[in-house]
Design a protein around this ligand. Structure first.
Ligand code: TMP
Ligand code: ASP
Length: 237
């Protein structure tokens, strides 16, 4: 399968059409962005690491009964996925307080959230991805009630599957963001699951092993992603 036309350039991935209208190619680039595109750098090996990491996680999720767009790895930095009609919504689950919830509610980083917190955000960089709720989604027609329910159920299922997977590797799944799309009558998990879109802490030391290293100029960003991959048994090279 080969790239036919360029479809879309995101902050860290480029999407191409293929000779099959039902399939797209995702190219995971080395670009790393934070703060809605305000801070961007190229980090060696990140595209390949994230492509392989994403493939590993998507396959684990499929095996656990979560329907995803993932088809197969095509090359070091590319994967083939189903062509979804993406919803402009981000679904976040938080097991531990970190990031925007700390600023918004004045809670300390590291507080356990039990039961976990679910939040919707609007995917809109110029507006800095504002938090929204089911009433906004209904009023503006961004998704139906059934679609919201499907996304929420799938997101909690992903949390259960991945919390256990990471904990077995000595890593706490602090929070993560998912995006979904329409595929016929179904809602499938799209986009990616990589350390770019979640928070992962070492279970013993609470060391950050995710994109917060980039946001906070801590260095060792890709090395941390590789460490997580290594502990999970993801084959990268
Ligand atoms: P937040 O603390 O900035 O709201 O983010 C919560 C989690 O979701 C964190 O792991 C980062 C991820 N996330 C993204 O990757 N992209 C986004 O646009 C948003 C809003 C969150
Ligand atoms: N809002 C997310 C972040 O701050 C994603 C992004 O802007 O790239 O990292």
């Amino acid at each position: 399968m080969k790239r036919v036309d360029h479809l879309f350039t995101g902050k860290a991935k480029t999407v191409y059409t293929t000779d099959d209208p039902d399939k797209l190619i995702l190219h995971f680039r080395n670009d790393t962005s934070a703060f809605d595109g305000e801070k961007i750098e190229k980090l060696d090996r990140k595209g390949m690491t994230n492509n392989k990491f994403n493939a590993f996680i998507m396959q684990k999720l499929e095996a656990a009964g979560v329907d995803t767009h993932f088809e197969r790895v095509l090359s070091d930095e590319e994967s083939v996925v189903k062509n979804l009609d993406m919803l402009p919504i981000e679904c976040v689950v938080r097991n531990v307080a970190a990031g925007s919830i700390c600023k918004r509610l004045g809670v300390e980083e590291g507080l356990d959230l039990d039961p976990p917190v679910f939040e919707f955000f609007l995917k809109n960089d110029p507006l800095h991805d504002p938090m929204i709720n089911d009433y906004h989604i209904r009023a503006f027609g961004w998704a139906t009630d059934a679609e919201m329910q499907a996304m929420q159920e799938a997101t909690f299922k992903v949390n259960e599957v991945l919390k256990a997977l990471f904990l077995d590797a000595g890593i706490i799944l602090v929070d993560f963001k998912l995006e979904f799309g329409r595929y016929g009558d179904a809602i499938l998990l799209g986009d990616e699951f990589t350390p770019d879109g979640c928070r992962l802490w070492d279970a013993n030391t609470r060391e950050k092993l995710d994109k917060d290293r980039f946001r906070r100029d801590m260095g060792g960003v890709v090395e941390a992603y590789e460490e997580v991959a290594h502990r999970l048994g993801v084959e990268i090279g």
